[in-house]
Design a protein around this ligand. Structure first.
Ligand code: C2O
Length: 436
């Protein structure tokens, strides 16, 4: 069984990246219409404009969808197989894709080989500073998502190329890392042309395994027939033959393992301990308890928004459990089990605008809008409906409510732009507060 290794921990003298570079160079020499070429592989993720004749294979990446994780796993498997074949053809050893584990503070810069201008792994089109050793910030790589279950972890049930609603892992660190590196990585139509894309996705794929392993009681893959067998995605093998794959096919019996899938938190406080029963609250069962009345425009400066919340936690509980006695001094967690802040029908023409979101001054997460321009395009897949983003703000909400910081009839939400693209304007149709 092949082992996918941590790129920052490869032993001295290891040749994984050297061979990766040689394979990338060989792939770049092939014609764009050749499935084994660099251009073709990147175009399978996204390309603008998408040539009609290539629709079956190009522009297929699944985002804002529960197919995000399985589709990218299939894509990595086929890509890795193709790179390995190039390596072998050039006389190299067995090759497997390494991963970029940016959870380790010392490993948050691009590995040096990607920053050498002479290397085929170098890309000039990256955000400022990345080729000089800039590092990802904590907010971009935080792993709160590993504490989520069900559709909070996976995102929307329907397949989608761009749009709907990303799951927690897709939002952060996935989207946030794309946004941070910027350049080609900031746009789904160019992202896979940066060789670092594949190491980033290898880590996201690994984190899926980490999540499954850290809490098998609560963390389970979807069981819906649509997710398991309902959609077949088209790829090519290392002989350029077309192959179709379903999610079920990539859940077991894979020919690789990861060097490390241990729980990054151990028993760190603040994260639901593995195995502790968690209320199975599906997003589908949540209730809107407050919202903005008008669309909100976010720009390049920080902005405060008041979300009117006509339904208080006590009223919510009284309606949800009419027979229950509610003590006047009940704590927030007794009244509301889960709290989400949701940005709905978000549209923008900018590439990957990114905001840190705060509730009454406390940070609740980062929203990096990877693919927002495509999702906002009126001629696109969803007619320009844009994207939705949910943040689970339960912990902060409980804390602030119990400290009586939260105003009974409005929630103070702030958006702090993170390196906004020039003239970025984002329209949020509605900001909603949801309880379950
Ligand atoms: Cu399909 Cu990280 O993108």
């Amino acid at each position: 069984m092949r082992v996918r290794k941590n790129v920052w921990r490869l032993p001295a003298g290891d040749q994984t990246l050297l061979w990766y570079g040689k394979a990338v160079a060989a792939m770049k020499e092939r014609a764009p219409t050749d499935p084994l070429s660099w251009h073709y592989q990147a175009a399978m993720h996204g390309i603008r404009p998408l040539p009609a004749a290539m629709k079956q294979f190009w522009g297929q990446c699944q985002h804002g969808s529960g197919f995000f994780l399985p589709w990218h796993r299939m894509y990595l498997l086929r890509f890795e197989q193709i790179v390995a074949a190039h390596v072998k053809a050039a006389g190299g050893p067995e090759w497997s894709l390494p991963y970029w584990d940016y959870s380790v503070p010392e490993h948050r810069a691009l590995p040096p080989a990607f920053r050498e201008p002479a290397s085929p792994l170098f890309v000039a089109q990256r955000g400022q500073g990345w080729n000089g050793g800039r590092q990802l910030v904590e907010e971009a790589v935080d792993l709160q998502s590993l504490g989520q279950v069900g559709d909070d972890f996976f995102g929307d049930e329907q397949p989608a190329h761009s749009g709907n609603e990303p799951g927690a892992l897709e939002l952060t660190p996935h989207n946030a890392v794309h946004a941070s590196i910027g350049g080609w990585m900031g746009d789904p139509d160019t992202a896979a042309a940066d060789p670092i894309f594949w190491l980033h996705h290898c880590n996201i794929d690994r984190l899926w395994d980490v999540w499954l392993k850290r809490d098998p009681e609560n963390n389970k893959n979807p069981t819906a027939a649509l997710w398991l067998d309902g959609v077949k995605f088209a790829f090519h093998d290392d002989k350029a033959q077309a192959v179709a794959m379903t999610s079920r096919q990539i859940l077991a019996g894979l020919d690789y393992s990861y060097e490390d899938i241990s729980d990054p938190f151990g028993n760190a406080a603040g994260f639901a301990a593995p195995g502790a029963p968690r209320p199975a609250m599906s997003k589908a069962a949540r209730e809107l308890v407050g919202s903005t009345a008008q669309p909100v425009t976010l720009g390049e400066t920080a902005q405060d928004v008041h979300v009117a919340t006509p339904i208080t936690p006590a009223q919510f509980r009284a309606a949800a459990s009419p027979a229950a006695f509610i003590a006047p001094d009940a704590k927030a967690h007794q009244l509301v089990h889960k709290v989400w802040l949701r940005l709905e029908h978000v549209t923008s023409t900018a590439v990957c605008p990114t905001y840190d979101v705060l509730v009454h001054g406390k940070r609740v997460g980062r929203i990096a809008m990877f693919g927002i321009a495509q999702a906002s395009d009126p001629d696109g897949e969803h007619g320009g409906a844009g994207q939705n983003f949910s943040l689970d703000i339960t912990r902060v909400y409980h804390e602030l409510f119990d400290q009586q910081v939260i105003d009974p009839d409005k929630l103070e939400v702030s958006f702090a732009p993170v390196e906004p693209a020039a003239n970025a304007t984002v329209t949020v149709g509605r900001i909603g507060l949801y309880f379950a």
